[in-house]
Structures are given as structure tokens and as C-alpha cells.
Design a protein around this ligand. Sequence first.
Ligand code: SRM
Ligand code: SF4
Length: 571
Amino acid sequence: MVKKALTAPDGPPSDVEDIKEKSDYLRGTLKEVMLDPISAGIPDDDNRLMKHHGSYLQDDRDLRNERQKQKLEPAYQFMLRVRLPGGIATSKQWLVMDELAHKYGNGTLKLTTRETFQLHGILKWNMKKTIQDIHSTMLDTIAACGDVNRNVMCTSNPYQSDVHHEVYELAKKLSDDLLPQTRAYHEIWLDEEKVAATPDTEVEPMYGPLYLPRKFKIGVVVPPANDIDVFSQDLGFIAIIKNNQLVGFNVAIGGGMGMTHGDTLTYPQLAKVIGFCTPEQVVEIAKQVITIQRDYGNRSVRKNARFKYTVDRLGLENVKEELERRLGFTLLDARDYHFDHNGDRYGWVKGINGRWHYTMFVEGGRITDDDYPLMTGIREIAKVHAGDLRLTANQNLIIGNVTTHKKKQIEQLMQEFGISDGQQFSALRRSSMACVALPTCGLAMAEAERYLPRLIDRIEEILEENGLSDKEITIRMTGCPNGCARHALGEIGFIGKSRGKYNMYLGAAFDGSRLSKLYRENVGEEDILKELGSLLPLYAKEREENEHFGDFVIRAGIVKETTDGTNFNAQ
Ligand code: SRM
Ligand code: SF4
């Protein structure tokens, strides 16, 4: 049988393709519009390009109606996202981010689900200064958003230090090697002189002038932790360790979390393992996977443009074959691996280099002094801490590489400022994640970060009544179906539908290897508590030894198992 050639979908290019094409490699008129004193905003076309520089124009949605009534333009402000491969920052970098949050941002830092910092509330006039200050601390915001490879994630807890360090170095190399080559960022934000391009200069040898059809995400994981949810990535590398040595990686392709309510052509999907490679082959594999998505991704319909749809449309085996053809070698058979959990392990652990690492609980990833002096406390720790600070994919923070000598001093500071691993809370709260949502996210249909803690207050009453306070159950909430808190991989998941209303999902695997399933549509707080008020007592009474909640609800017939992303919403 003659094999059908791979093709990209037909259809006119989307408006964003047009904007990218005319942008002169992501420059657009950004330099000029950022200087325009008339409006605090920028035109939409430039905002699309702005994403590739790590920022979005937003407006404070809490103020939207009032400003509209007063006939004022929206309260425009920018969100700025740092590129921080593997989530590792130095104490000095933390102190700079903390200072910028106060000087130009809204006084808080957001630790994101992809292990980096976001600043919110930056005014247009302060953007350049903020980016320059970030640059001065050896960080940047290049490609933190946009149709390119994003911040590369890596397992954060370095308790098997040697292997973790090697894996982190690889995540960093991936992030650096896959950066766009255009000098647009340096010209616009860092005042680099523009050098005239010669016609034969290939500005973007890998991406090309249109970049990718959509964002692209890579994660590298070290089992048994699946803290970065490797199966949610467009491209995942699973470290295979033998006798404490890194021997290579299983390669997984085609994951993603986003969907659109009511559109069955969109769905979350898990990446599938296609083989094994050596550490030396990782970067080349990533480059070639990216070129496949560049060539065959959907440039016409953006909501079907992610690599997961390209893989599903072309077929996993065909994509693998095409990858091997481009690489000039075949992948080896995938090796055995085992994941235990996709959450964080809290408290102190001693790494094999004799250094200590402390994972603290940061609810919703928001660093502020609002409830207790968390922000001040971390600042004081950063002033004396010579190790690093690691942002986790569960929105928590690790004080990493602490010497035995310094441990006591850091413990004293933690005690003074009330910083802890959250032992005083239920294990469910410590396994919670919520996306930003309102008031800054323009796509939010409902609250998430500001609401989940209050909902958990009430769920904790049910947990306590049923002796489940110490039972780890992952719970995740997003303000819309884009899935920024990887809702489809929470044993209990909520997706915002409208203010106060959520679709409720159950049955994801505790180790991040199975998606959840739609359980109830459009439910508010009282209905949610009613449902959990009957499900959690059942779980308390009828669960088998060590059975996780996500597995229990399937065994008990409460929801069917989701076997593929395409049946995520089929009850
Ligand atoms: Fe996200 C868009 C926040 C991780 C899927 N995400 C957005 C925007 C920029 C809204 C927008 O486009 O206007 C949000 C900004 C809100 C704000 O006010 O800050 C936003 N996403 C976030 C963060 C900050 C959530 C958090 O609370 O931590 C995370 C930042 C990650 C980072 O540091 O890079 C964040 N977003 C994710 C993840 C999780 C992940 O990557 O592991 C996902 C699901 C995985 C995936 O990509 O499939 C995710 N975000 C989306 C999508 C849906 C994309 C899709 O193709 O399905 C959008 C919408 C879009 O791209 O059009 C989106
Ligand atoms: Fe915004 Fe939706 Fe992402 Fe939440 S999931 S941050 S509401 S885009």
C-alpha cells in the first residue's frame, strides 16, 4: 500500500499568522507604541507580538464596569512572565523580582504552574525599565509566551542531586537552544542597535518567519515524581535512571490541557511514549519535533493548532516515522519507569550532596504578605541564603541547597515569619492548584485562585468529619477550560463556566497518567459541597488499602475511566 503523504490542514491562515508574517520577526510597531503617551494600552496586533516577548496587555477586570461607566479606557496593565528553565533562581534573582513586584508591579509575585515568575499590574511606561532590571540579573522574558517553545520545565526537588543536576542542565540547554534567534527583543527592550539584515541571512533557521502555529511546551521529569505532569506537555522527556546514573529518556509526544466549552473538536490529551533516546539526542529530537509541528500544524484554526491535534490527525506512528526520518536514526524501545505522584513532597529532604532542600506550601502560588508575612519572610531568607530558590510546577517554592550550618538560621526565619510546609492544613489543600483567573486574566469565566482556598475551607469540614484530613487528594481549579492549572489531571477538577459556576470532573490518576471525566455540569458551591458530601464519606468507608480517590471513583462506578482525551467530556 502506498503511504499517504503527511499534509497540513487546508484553509486560509488565521489573523495571527498574518500578523507574524508582517512583523519583521516579532518587531511590529512595538518600539513605537510603547512610547505612545496617549493610551496605557497597545493595539491588538502588537499585543499578539508582545506575547513572544513574555508579556500580555491586560486590564483589571474588577474595575472594568466602573471605568466603562465613567467613560474611561480600561485599567490597562501588563503581565510579565520570566523565562526560568527548571524553575531555578538564585537568591539575588529572587530579591530583584521581589523589588520589581513592589516598584512596578502590584506588590505580589505569582509562581506559575510552569515554574516561573509572573509580575502583574505593570504600567506601559514601566515595562522597559522592568525588563531591563530583569535582564541585569541574568534573566529574560524571551519566548515566555507566544507561538514558540515556552519555559522548559524540569522536576524541581533535587533529592537525587546528581541526576537532577544533569537533567536540569539539559532542560536549560533545551530552553536556550530553542530560543527564537530574532534580535527584536534586544532592540525593543534593551536598546540594541538594529543591524540591517542581508537577504541571505536566515533569521530563524528552525522556526522560520511564521514561527509555530501555536505555543509549544516541553518538560523533563525525573521519576518517581511526575511533578511537572509530563503527559500534559507537547513534548516530554522521562529520565531513565539505572544504578543512580542517567542512561537516557523515554520520549512522549502530543499532550495538552486546553479545550473550548461545547466544541468537541477540542479536548485535553495526554502525551504518548514513542521510544527511548540517549541524553545526547534530546536537543535534536526536540528541534525535529518542533519542525514537524511547524510544517504540519494547523495554521488556519488556532483552537486546533496545538501539536496534540497534529499528532491525532496525522497518527502517532506516522509522526514517529517522520521524526525518525528527519533525525536520521530510530528511537530505541521505551524503558520501564514508574511514577508515584504528580504533587510536591513537602518539608526537608537531604540530597545526596549532603545539602538540604525545603519545600514550602504557597497557596495558589501567590507570594504576598496578605494573610501572613510570606513575602517578607522569603525576602529575609533570600538575604542570607547562598543556595537557590526553586519554583515548582505545583506553584510551591523550594529553598534549595542549604548547608547543615545554614539550616538552623533558615528554620528560625521560617518560624519567625510563619513559613511552613502547610502541615496545619489538610493534605487536600496541600495538593491544590488554581490558575490566576480574575481579576487579571482576560479569558476567565469564573474565579479560581481567589476562590479555591475558600471552597477548600468548606471541603475541609467534610474531610475532618470523615477522617480524611491526612489523605492526599489532588484538587485543581481553572477559571476557564484553557487548563492553566492542569485541571484535567486533578483527582477533583473544576473548570469555570460563569461567575460562581463550574463543571466538575473526577477520576484523574494520582500520578498524572490518566485524565479525569466530566461528572457534573454548571454547579455552584452548594451543589459541589453536596456532591463531595456524599462521595467523600463513601471513599472513607469503602476504599481499598492505599486506593487513591481518583481510582476509587472509577472502581465504584461513579465515573467512567477516560481512556482518551476525546472522551473527557462524554459522561
Ligand atoms: Fe495558561 C492563556 C496563565 C500555564 C493553557 N494562561 C493564559 C493567559 C496568558 C491568558 C490569555 O491568553 O490572555 C493567562 C494569563 C493570566 C494572568 O492574568 O496571569 C494564563 N497559564 C497561566 C499561568 C500563569 C497559570 C498559573 O496560575 O500559574 C501559567 C503560566 C505558565 C508559565 O509560566 O508559562 C499557565 N496555561 C498553563 C498551562 C499549564 C502548563 O503549561 O503546564 C496550560 C495547559 C497546558 C497546555 O498548554 O495545554 C495553559 N493558557 C493555556 C491556554 C490554552 C492553550 C491551548 O492551546 O489549549 C491559554 C489560551 C491560549 O493560549 O489561547 C492560556
Ligand atoms: Fe485564565 Fe483560563 Fe488560564 Fe485560568 S485557565 S489563567 S482563567 S486562561
